[in-house]
Design a protein around this ligand. Structure first.
Ligand code: TXA
Ligand code: MG
Length: 320
């Protein structure tokens, strides 16, 4: 099992010697290693059982550091970075030669973000390299939002988990790029809302990805999936089909008297989408751990962070 603690010096020592450390961010926990070290990158892919065609995000602590690894930062990207960094926004930028092919899976673009977590920012400030960090979960499973989540699934594969408490945003970063017409391209919905991005840059485009050749494999149809079968619809309509003792319910704000309350999670009883995003993945994990035969979920309102929440629900429910 991994040691869980808040010792930055220890995390630095491990990372400097090429080892992996799980790190807290405001979105989800990351499985971090030296982004310039191919062996560390390979270890990340191995620990997660992640296909090597799925590139990793490089985390830095300043725009200045980001610029050391790219050939240019388009003005519209600078505006977004200045508005949202540190924060849940990842920007795809043309990489320079310091970035290994392995990190970007051969793409000429590198994904960069400044995470907004005090411990991890302190760590990044003291490291001479960016940190490659995908979400610290086995490939395809639900992302971790606490140190205990990481321990449960990757604890036997890494020496140390830097404990930064419960993630405040709770869903992964929004990923954007800039196209030839200098328009913002959305690759993944996430912790920075579309409304917030549009209010800064106007209209945005959506990157087209297919299941076979994803532009951003976070867009693979099946992802974030619990082990228990997961179905989305109107809970009240789906409920009569199932044995109430074996059914779990994941709802935005409502509870259902027909089902034992321990089998239900309300993401935000007060109807707050930010709170719902923060509790989404832990609620999915908890329900997944109850040995139920099905989890019934309902979409949340499709605005603000609700779009990213609904995206994760869709992927959790997707079956090949
Ligand atoms: O909030 C987050 O973004 C978290 C925390 C740890 O920072 N990280 C995260 O990483 O969600 P990961 O690896 O689980 O998801 C990163 C996504 C993947 O879907 C990957 O395909 C996409 O970013 N990505 C990375 N580099 C890319 C590139 N060069 N072009 C297109 N997509 C890229
Ligand atoms: Mg992930």
């Amino acid at each position: 099992m991994a040691i869980i603690g808040t010792d930055i010096t220890k995390a630095i020592e491990l990372l400097m010697s090429g080892k992996l450390v799980a790190i807290p961010t405001e979105t989800v926990y990351g499985l971090a290693g030296n982004a310039l070290n191919e062996e560390a990158i390979l270890d990340i892919f191995g620990a997660k059982n992640r296909p090597q065609f799925n590139p990793l995000i490089a985390h830095v602590d300043s725009l200045g550091k980001a610029s050391q690894f790219v050939t240019e930062i388009p003005p519209i990207a600078v505006r977004l970075a200045k508005a949202f960094w540190p924060g849940p926004l990842t920007i795809l930028l043309p990489r320079n030669r310091r970035i290994p092919d392995l990190l970007t899976a051969g793409s000429p673009l590198v994904a960069i973000r400044i995470p907004n977590h005090p411990l991890t920012l302190k760590l990044l400030q003291q490291l001479p390299f960016p940190l490659a960090a995908p979400s610290a979960n086995p490939s395809g499973y639900i992302s971790p939002t606490s140190a205990a989540h990481v321990q449960a699934q990757l604890g036997d594969k890494i020496p140390y988990i830097l404990d930064g408490g419960r993630c405040k945003v709770g869903i992964e970063s929004t990923i954007i790029g800039v196209n030839e017409d200098n328009e913002v391209l959305i690759y993944r919905l996430g912790g920075t809302s579309l409304e917030a991005i549009r209010s800064l840059v106007g209209d945005v485009q959506f990157a087209q990805a297919t299941h076979e050749k994803p532009d951003s494999p976070g867009m693979l149809k099946s992802h974030y999936a619990p082990q228990t079968p997961f179905r989305i619809g109107i809970v009240e309509e789906m409920l009569p089909t199932y044995d109430r003792e074996k059914v779990g319910i994941l709802h935005f704000s409502q509870s259902f008297s027909a089902v034992p309350s321990k089998q239900q999670r309300q993401l935000s009883p007060s109807g707050d989408l930010r709170e719902a995003a923060q509790s989404l993945f832990s609620a999915m994990r908890e329900l997944d751990g109850l040995g139920l035969s099905i989890i019934l979920a309902e979409y949340v309102p499709a605005e603000g962070l609700g779009l990213a929440i609904n995206d994760r629900l869709t992927r959790a429910a997707y079956q090949e």
